[in-house]
Ligand binder design. Structure first.
Ligand code: C5P
Length: 298
């Protein structure tokens, strides 16, 4: 038996750091949005064990891979029902890019194994495992658009039914999230931010106004070290984007467009070397990337 499905990337339309926590993580408030840049996952039933294959060079194929960690955690949590699995990852989402591709893969493995191994659990039953795997993983089980608080795992689904176009520009190099958080100047992030304004413009589908209000407290740290990110932002703005921002801890810059025709004409001249530009749209339903055989069992 085999399951084949996709897992999406995410962007952060707003990201505010409120302070450092006793556990070393940072307390944050963020607006997550899934976008239609996908990895593909194939889960093949095996009698036992966990095997992994991946098309993208540089992705670890040992126990440090988040998809493998997710499968192990499921085996440990449901030892009687769990069996084995071969995970085939066909990745398009760059790693270390602020797009949470690996977190999306891990959430996909949790939801897929629920069906493949007939665990009979729900989204709610998978959430504690997602929390253990990483701060961005629970979002991918929750809703296509959600407000995240705490480490990012305290989530509230946001209704937004209208799609809009998003261009992602990966500059060709990864950035380690832990480095960005270590170099944050918490004094500079203290200025209060108004996430409800973002929510309001989203629900009214006023993408132009939303674009003017985007913010990311991690962006100044990243641009100081990688000024080329600012050059990419400027190019996107000059070509008519409604809003441009670094996604999460980077390295990807995203641009919002109310007018999809304008987005199709964008050329950031990045597709040389390892840089890449992706034309995507926002996701409004899980059914856009998960088949019924997985969704119906959650
Ligand atoms: O949770 P995750 O493993 O994805 O986090 C990666 C790193 O990002 C953590 O080790 C931590 O340094 C930083 N982080 C943080 N506060 C958060 C989320 C991540 O400090 N809310």
């Amino acid at each position: 038996m085999k399951l084949v499905f996709k897992t999406p990337a995410k962007i952060n339309l707003g990201l505010h750091i409120l302070g450092k926590r006793p556990d070393g993580y940072h307390e944050l408030e963020t607006l997550f949005q899934m976008v239609s840049l996908y990895d593909q996952i194939e889960l093949e039933l095996l009698p036992q064990g966990i095997e992994i294959e991946c098309n993208m060079p540089g992705i670890p194929l040992d126990d440090s891979n988040l998809a493998v960690k997710a499968a192990k955690l499921v085996q440990e949590t449901w030892p009687k029902q769990a069996r084995g699995v071969r995970i085939r990852l066909s990745k398009k989402i760059p790693a270390g890019a602020g797009l949470a591709g690996g977190s999306g893969n891990a959430a996909g493995v949790l939801m897929g194994l629920n069906a493949l191994w007939d665990l009979g659990t729900s989204r709610k039953g998978l959430i504690p495992l997602a929390n253990q795997l990483g701060s961005d993983v629970p979002f991918f089980l929750t809703a296509p658009c959600a407000l995240g608080r705490g480490r990012g795992e305290v989530l509230e689904a946001i209704q937004n039914t209208k799609k809009y176009t998003v261009i992602l520009v990966y500059p060709g190099f990864p950035i380690a999230t832990s480095w960005v958080y270590q170099n944050l100047n918490l004094e500079l992030t203290k200025k209060p931010k108004n996430i409800s304004i973002l929510q309001q413009f989203l629900s009214q589908s006023k993408i132009g106004l939303l674009g003017e209000k985007l913010y990311n407290d991690l962006e100044p740290v990243v641009i100081k070290r990688y000024p080329e990110i600012q050059v990419i932002k400027a190019r996107l703005m000059a070509q008519g984007a409604d809003g441009v921002l670094l996604s999460g801890s980077g390295s990807t810059v995203f641009a919002l467009f109310e007018d999809s025709a304008r987005a199709s004409a964008i050329d950031t001249d990045i597709d040389r070397g390892d840089g890449k530009q992706f034309l995507t749209e926002t996701i409004t339903s899980f059914s856009e990337f998960l088949p019924g055989e997985i969704l119906d069992r959650l």
